[in-house]
Design a protein around this ligand. Sequence first.
Ligand code: AMP
Ligand code: MG
Length: 428
Amino acid sequence: MATRAGIRLTHGRSPLLAASESSSRPPPVPCLPLSKPKPYRRHMLVPLWRPLAPRSSPGRSSSYRTGFSSPVASMSSSSYEKELAAAKKAAPLAARLCQTVQKALLKSDIQSKEDKSPVTVADYGSQAIVSLVLKMELPSEKFSLVAEEDSADLQKDESQETLRRITDLVNDTFSSDGTYSISVSEEDVLVAIDSGKSEGGPHGRHWVLDPIDGTKGFLRGDQYAIALALLDEGRVVLGVLACPNLPFTSIANLDGHSSENQTGCLFSAQTGCGAYMQLLHEPSAAKISVCATENPADASFFESYEAAHSLHDLSGAIAKKLGVQAPPVRIDSQAKYGALARGDGAIYLRFPHKGYREKIWDHAAGSIVVTEAGGIASDAAGNNLDFSKGRYLDLDTGIIVTNKKLMPSVLNAVQEAIREQTQSASLL
Ligand code: AMP
Ligand code: MG
């Protein structure tokens, strides 16, 4: 709901507004043209954001705002076609497991990690499923996964029951989906989770996974995402974001009562081939793009729901400098990147508290989805995000995501606001 304090997007209901974003852009990869692109009608997002191809036509995609259908085969002749297809199987299946757990969320699902952040059974289960599916789908590829979780806590004696529950959940998810007829053991689950110990880096291919991005939102019953990306020679070449609680229709300019209440989105992007969105467990995808507003007064901005994750007062000062009229839209996870990529909002501002180091899995998938939708992502100094440095992003101060037209003025406002904050702190 829109309040001065911000808008909170919760499962199945919500408001807000406007457009765009980015990240480091890999060299272009040939994609066959999508044929006859037509400009989409930005103010008619709600009725048009429905997959127009019938369910029985998984080989076709449509442009969300034009309704024009084109063969999916034509959009991906690049070298990452197989990998993207695998990622689009893995993330939704992991999302199924997370959806099951979120529905029946119990306090006992919450464990503590050294850093005290909440880790759930779903977190481990999601990572195990993604790891298992990628290995099954791409058996001949060398497998390297940089992921948030490892099995150290699960190997402790007191975690036996948790491990059993995770294994049951993984098996139940596979069997209810039916795509893979496998049954895994507890040992298989531990091995699958620990495949995520890779350090990434500038050479070779590495999958990058956040099994549940936005754990706090997940536990609250709000937004979260399964975020999966592929790095090749240090660059993000594809990304998939499964957002089970994100309304399929625009969360822009709505009063939170969309006539359609379909929920659950799958965003996907491949370098040079555009960004797409589809209903989470449906086959038809449609092309998306960031909103093109050039006027900050028309823009709204996203930020973390959690004040501990991003300085709300700093983003408020930046918004004021820009003349942004709308209140901030506070939602959890990389669902922000997805919503921005489809034009629901124009700016995403993220300024962690001093000393926090951003992890690559919190931005890899989201950044390519936005970049391929025509946006741009940078740090507060205007540098592209660099995913080649291992498990952490080497960043200056914060992350800014917007469209290409707005970026210069947003960067100016960010730098000015940071300067002013630093000066007033030094006077204390
Ligand atoms: P968001 O939902 O956008 O606030 O981001 C969720 C992600 O923030 C989590 O997956 C964490 O990896 C990350 N995170 C955890 N603690 C912090 C922190 N103190 N500052 C910034 N990000 C954090
Ligand atoms: Mg995360």
